[in-house]
Design a protein around this ligand. Structure first.
Ligand code: ZN
Length: 281
């Protein structure tokens, strides 16, 4: 299909989705349902309240509570009020980067702000364990959503580097899965020069221990795919707050507050989104 054909199909789908959503909203809510405006796509959505979970898509565009919370916290941090992406003023002078940000909001944010989505394995490339000098002290904001649990240890390097990406006063919007209690659990503390290898149907992580021995780790946990989505650690609340403070962040906040207008509410006290700022110069 030609590019114009594909664009036409996508526009028609958007229109059909918008019309369906509108009809559903006009029909009112049934028991246990809620209506909200999706701050990613700008449409009204009606869902069972049970579907407002961190990860479950709860709008036709595919946004979850986590993704809408990122837009909410980003706009609160930049503009002092919560805005749907379509209502963000066009400000390409406000520069920020994301780390493998969700496609459903990345394109939309890039039309409003000086937003660049970056990737580990393709351009524009950013490895948070060794960011290129061109990224440093450039950003008014950095978004990192469910990335830091996959970064190679020691994770403190990534926290140091994310601070270095920001201008003084710049905003970090961070999500990672975290547990309420205890300490951060590192799965591969001794890891160096690691790689994944096949052992029959399983995969193992092979790495070099500090004493030079080669070690193999099994029972690996992957998030949503293979390769770089290997779970390296399970953060704890105190672990992540401690890393942010140690790296030099200020104004560190965990956001449990709901924003029902945009379909954001949290049923559990863990894995909540966090914001922090590089202190002003
Ligand atoms: Zn949506």
């Amino acid at each position: 299909m030609s590019a114009i054909g594909r664009r036409l199909v996508s526009v028609l789908k958007e229109l059909r989705n918008a019309a369906t959503a509108r009809l559903e909203v006009l029909a009112g809510t049934g028991e246990g349902q809620t209506i909200f405006c999706c701050n990613v796509c700008g449409r009204m959505a009606k869902v069972d309240k049970t579907r407002l979970t961190r990860e479950e898509p709860s709008c036709r565009c595919g946004s979850s509570v986590r993704l809408r919370a990122i837009v909410h916290l980003l706009t609160m941090g930049l503009f002092g009020r919560s805005l749907a992406i379509r209502d963000i003023p066009e400000r390409h002078d406000i520069v920020g980067i994301d780390m493998s940000g969700a496609a459903i909001y990345a394109g939309r944010l890039a039309r409003r702000l000086g937003y660049t989505n970056t990737y580990l394995h393709r351009e524009p490339r950013l490895d948070i364990t060794a960011p290129g000098a061109e990224w440093l002290s450039r950003c008014d904001f950095v978004i990192s959503s469910d990335v830091f649990e996959h970064v190679a240890p020691p994770v403190s390097v990534a926290f140091d580097n994310v601070l270095r990406l920001l201008k003084p006063g710049g905003l970090l919007v961070l999500t990672v899965p975290w547990a309420k209690d205890g300490e951060t659990i590192e799965h591969f503390l001794e890891l160096a020069d690691y790689r994944l290898e096949r052992r029959g149907a399983d995969r193992v992580l092979v790495g070099r221990a500090p004493d030079g021995r080669i070690r193999e780790y099994g029972n690996l946990i992957f998030h949503g795919g293979e390769g770089e989505t290997l779970e390296m650690r399970v953060f704890s609340e105190s672990g992540i707050l401690g890393e942010l403070a140690r790296a030099g962040f200020g104004d560190i906040r965990i956001h449990a507050e709901p924003c029902e207008e945009f379909g954001i509410l949290w049923k559990q006290p863990w894995s909540l989104p966090i914001t922090a700022r590089r202190p002003p110069a």
